[in-house]
Design a protein around this ligand. Structure first.
Ligand SMILES: [Zn+2]
Length: 310
């Protein structure tokens, strides 16, 4: 048998490698998620059956994502789309979906997975007008991913959604999803135990973000630095926040990177620590993965909260 010369062999490898890669890629279902939290959960449930891309990195404000060509291209090629819902992505996702014209991921199709199904929204506003601020949560608070108990519903919605999208792998999705739920349940029990001594402790947030987390662990959000959703607060409002922080013995002010200065201004007049904490896990760094991210969240509260003075 004649031997293939090394040079020709190397060229063949170079030519064929992209083909074999695309064969594998064709097997995997292309799932696009709006957040890294959802991407991690889809990977946990879908395993090697899914090829997952998050449209955002975790550092952006999900109320204000800039629709750009890369996002459009990703949606154009997707077999399934997983969203948080409750209008979190209202300012950018609908227009991208319109432009992508991909029938597989249109709302109502099996490839459109809405993780807010079955979530009972907190903080539904009395006034339902965007005059109350551009980032007003008209359908209630969409930041339910910060509750590990609501996180269970994300997992079950992802299992059911992937089963509808590719029924041939449903058993696999259920097995992997249920294993992940067991791990999450163990962590929830541990987190509850750790935060139990701090039940009733007060904290301040910038934007209405942490309501579900506070409910899970019996903590109190006593004020918000933002008076209108998405609008920079006036000095009089900041003064009121400082007064409440002192009255309620607030130990922790949770801020976003963009609003740290205002949070520090409040903290300089009371006895609280400012911690910059995103409201999503990240695609890179130490905040990767839903459970590892929630572990950092719980540790942050554990280290900084103080009980009210008696
Ligand atoms: Zn929000």
């Amino acid at each position: 048998m004649s031997r293939i010369p090394n040079r020709i062999f190397a060229i063949l490898i170079l030519v064929l490698l992209p083909c074999t890669e695309s064969l594998f890629a064709q097997d995997a279902i292309r799932v696009v998620t709006t957040t890294p939290d959802l991407a991690d959960i889809v990977r946990q449930v879908g395993g090697s059956r899914v090829d997952v891309t998050s449209l955002t990195r975790g550092s952006e404000d999900l109320h204000k994502v800039r629709p750009r060509p890369r996002l459009l291209n990703t949606l154009f090629r997707a077999d399934a789309l997983v969203q948080i819902g409750l209008d979190l992505e209202h300012s950018w996702l609908p227009q991208l979906l319109n432009a992508a014209r991909n029938p597989k991921i249109r709302p109502g199709s099996p490839g459109f997975i809405n993780c807010s199904a079955g979530i009972e929204p907190l903080d539904i506003p009395e006034a339902i007008t965007r005059k109350e601020g551009p980032d007003l949560h008209i359908k209630g608070n969409p930041h339910y991913n910060l509750s590990p108990i609501q996180g269970r519903k994300i997992v079950t919605n992802v299992i059911e959604g992937l089963c509808l999208q590719s029924p041939q792998y449903c058993e696999e999705y259920r097995t992997r999803g249920n294993e992940y739920l067991k791990t999450l349940d163990k962590k929830i029990a541990e987190w509850k135990e750790r935060l139990k001594p701090l039940k009733g402790a007060a904290f301040i947030e910038y934007h209405p973000t942490w309501s579900y987390f506070a409910k899970d662990f019996g903590l109190l959000i006593v004020d918000r630095i933002e008076s209108k959703a998405g609008v920079t607060p006036q000095a009089a409002h900041i003064a009121k926040v400082v007064e409440i922080a002192n009255q309620k013995n607030v130990g922790l002010i949770i801020s976003r990177p963009a609003n740290k200065d205002l949070a520090l201004k409040v903290a300089s007049n009371c006895n609280a620590n400012v911690v910059v904490l995103p409201y999503l896990s990240s695609t890179t760094g130490t905040l990767q993965g839903y459970i590892p991210f929630m572990e950092i969240v719980v540790s942050t509260f554990e280290k900084n909260l103080k009980l009210a003075k008696r």
